[in-house]
Design a protein around this ligand. Structure first.
Ligand code: GLN
Length: 195
């Protein structure tokens, strides 16, 4: 049973935990540094990326998580999580993990009225229903970044090594296939974070 750390300082983490449990994984809520011990994968949920990034830093989790992700710990990042991973933000000077070589625009669909659902093909899965909430968009990708999904010509999902970044919220629908793909990567990677 894979032990998956789910960042639980702010945002939509409980929904990810439910999906992971449904797939037979063991979610662990990450609230302080010692919670990181032994995790085999990481989920960065949606929410408010600035708040999450500040809390990760203040609580001493940023440095060990960034090191682990840089050395191949699988991560599934949704929405605010994608913003945390991005190497550059087009409309914000902050860089948090900076481990995913993409540029991202925050709140790319407008701040309040930017929530919608779309169905689009996702690499390896066929059509997937995607729920966007004040979503970011990937505006450019660096070498080695694979685009996994596009919605109306805008990149909605990318992969780079063991990092998967999604502009939408797979934890809010009934489809657990993206989490299942992530858990496959976790098993293949066979990593375990040691503090
Ligand atoms: N708009 C949020 C941000 O910029 C992300 C929205 C979300 O995670 N649903 O941090």
């Amino acid at each position: 049973m894979s032990k998956i750390g789910v960042l639980a300082v702010q945002g939509a983490f409980a929904e990810h935990e439910a999906v992971l449990r449904g797939l037979g994984a063991q979610p662990v809520e990450l609230r302080e540094r010692k919670d990181l011990e032994g995790i085999e994968g990481l989920v960065l949920p949606g929410g408010e990326s600035t708040v999450q990034g500040k809390l990760l830093t203040e609580l001493g989790m940023m440095e060990p998580l960034k090191a682990a992700v840089s050395s191949g710990l699988p991560v599934l990042a949704t929405c605010a999580g994608l913003i945390l991973l991005a190497r550059r933000l087009e409309n914000d000077p902050a860089v948090w993990f900076g481990t995913l070589p993409v540029a991202v625009r925050r709140n790319a669909y407008g701040r309040q009225l930017g929530s919608f659902t779309a169905t689009a093909p996702f690499k390896g899965l066929g059509n997937v229903e995607m729920i966007f909430i004040r979503a970011p968009v990937v505006v450019s990708t660096g070498p080695g970044v694979e685009t996994l999904a596009e919605v109306e010509g805008r990149i909605a999902a990318v992969a780079f090594g063991n990092q998967i970044g999604l502009a939408f919220h797979p934890e809010l629908g009934r489809d657990s296939r993206i989490h299942a793909l992530f858990l496959e990567r976790v098993r293949e990677a066979g990593q375990r974070l040691r503090l």
